[in-house]
Design a protein around this ligand. Structure first.
Ligand code: SF4
Length: 486
């Protein structure tokens, strides 16, 4: 017997059932839905796993109407269409039932309660896939996939759950330890904030003292940089549960809607950010054995300062945040290069305005190869605007505008323009579509210099993965198809 519950149920559609598992033995099939475990409503996979970790678990499964029902896997002759929904139970004890769900969150994604001055969602042009406009701020996705959350939408129940279930680590957007400044930058809607104390970032970091926190600071010029930045770093570095702080500049587009005017960082300001970070990095390395603060590549490029060494990135844990991507790219150098190509070839390397100069220097050794003409083309962003200089936001439209039909034998696009594991750019232009329009092969360049060289040279050197990413980049990109700059 199971208790009758009045609480809301969140049916979780089942994507697949593992062969030979308890669920398969019980006749569960893809398309069925999990309703409850031990009579309790389940909100997400974390709660599901938590309930299973208690030992004995009775799973209540619903089969929606009109789906064929097999009483047992062998009962294939009992297909009945158009029936009312059916519910059945099966039990496991210290055993994984073997269910994979369509979504990890059964009760829907938690949306953010803020309207940040730097919100990327509010700077997106129209017409992209829906997931890019979702203003998610869900601590469960932070734990599962490493997406950054602000914590401003937490309830007391959420906070207790994080602590009770030890949802560690979490990834937190701090921006400033100065409460008034943070509020001014993030402008949360009081009515949407569930628990006012959750907005007190220093109080929350202290309350979550048993949870490891990887933090992020989005810097805006003359807002939270300078002395404010120092104060924030001083606070974060004083908290034992804060593991690191990634520092990224505000990302701007020409499509800011209902947001205050913000300008990009200039060279002097970028230098100042690095200078301040370096003072703390040196101190932290001596005291905690980690540099703790990791400014993004963009700051080094803007400042015209050398990138940190590979060792200084301490394993590249923040590639997704644009921290260390260029150093990661350079870690695998050129393969042995041929003296000449059997047939002459012109190759265009398309990239964003920010990285073009560095890429041009990096590929210099290839220019010694007879018969190979290489041009690094700095491509303006036609979709997001000239102010958007990173390569990852270039679209098919940008390449079509910047490259003439048939003007080269090969066009190479940065792998960061492609959605992970696909050939699709952010505007859904595929590489084959672009190749067809431009009348030349189009390939992804790989994410290390060595891979890029192999893609350029093709059969002349042994080829690497065409859509390859470095081991670090694969780890980072497999986390989630992120949508916001929380
Ligand atoms: S940046 Fe993130 S937290 Fe801020 S408003 Fe946008 S979605 Fe919300």
């Amino acid at each position: 017997m199971f208790p009758q519950l009045s609480e809301e149920v969140f049916p979780a559609p089942i994507k697949s059932v593992e062969a030979g598992s308890a669920a398969e033995r019980a006749g569960v099939r893809p398309g069925d839905q999990l309703l409850r475990v031990n009579g309790q409503s389940v909100t997400d996979v974390l709660a599901y796993r938590h309930l299973l970790s208690q030992g004995k678990a009775a799973l209540e499964i619903s089969r929606p109407a009109a789906v064929p029902f097999f009483a047992t896997p062998q009962d294939h002759h009992t297909i009945k269409m158009g029936e009312a929904a059916q519910t059945f139970f099966f039990e496991v004890e210290w055993e994984d039932p073997g269910l994979e769900f369509e979504e990890v969150l059964f009760d829907g994604i938690k949306k953010c309660a803020n309207k940040c001055d730097f919100c990327y969602v509010h700077q997106m042009p129209r017409g992209f896939r829906k997931s890019l406009y979702i203003m998610d701020d869900d601590y469960r996705l932070s734990f599962l996939y490493g997406s950054f959350v602000t914590l401003t939408n937490l309830t007391e129940g959420d906070i207790n759950r994080i602590l009770d279930e030890n949802l560690s680590p979490l990834y937190v957007s701090v921006h400033s330890s100065n409460q008034a400044l943070r509020q001014d930058m993030m402008k949360w809607w009081k009515l949407k904030v569930k628990d006012q104390q959750a907005t007190q970032i220093t109080g929350m970091i202290e309350r979550l003292s048993s949870i490891d926190l990887y933090t992020q600071i989005v810097l805006l010029p003359q807002r939270n940089d300078g002395e404010n930045f120092d104060e924030t770093l001083e606070y974060l570095t004083s908290r034992p549960n804060v593991i690191s702080a990634a520092v990224v500049p505000i990302g701007l587009t020409d499509h800011r809607k209902n947001l205050p005017d913000v300008r990009p960082f200039n060279k002097e300001e970028a230098k100042d950010v690095i200078k301040r970070a370096n003072i703390w990095r040196k101190k932290l390395l001596a005291e905690r054995g980690t540099r703790f603060i990791f400014p993004s590549d963009e700051f080094y490029l803007l400042a015209g300062e050398p990138l940190p060494t590979e060792e200084e990135y301490e394993g590249f844990p923040m590639l997704e945040n644009g921290v260390g991507m260029i150093r990661d790219f350079l870690t695998e150098g050129m393969p042995a290069l041929p003296e000449r190509l059997p047939t002459p070839k012109k190759v265009i390397l398309g990239t964003g305005l920010l990285f073009a100069e560095s890429l041009d220097l990096a590929v210099e050794p290839l220019r010694a190869i007879e018969g190979l003409e290489i041009e690094v083309r700095a491509i303006e962003n036609q979709t997001f605007g000239k102010v958007t200089t990173v390569a990852g936001l270039l679209t098919g439209r940008c390449f079509r505008a910047a490259v003439k039909t048939g003007e080269a034998d090969l066009l190479i696009v940065p792998p960061t323009t492609l959605r992970y594991g696909t050939e699709l750019m952010i505007d859904n232009t595929s590489l084959s579509e672009l190749a067809h329009t431009l009348g030349m092969p189009v390939k992804s360049g790989g994410s290390t210099l060595g891979e890029l060289a192999r893609v350029i040279l093709g059969d002349v050197v042994s080829s690497g993965p065409q859509f390859g990413m470095s081991a670090h980049a694969v780890k980072e990109n497999s986390k989630i198809d992120g949508s916001s700059q929380a």
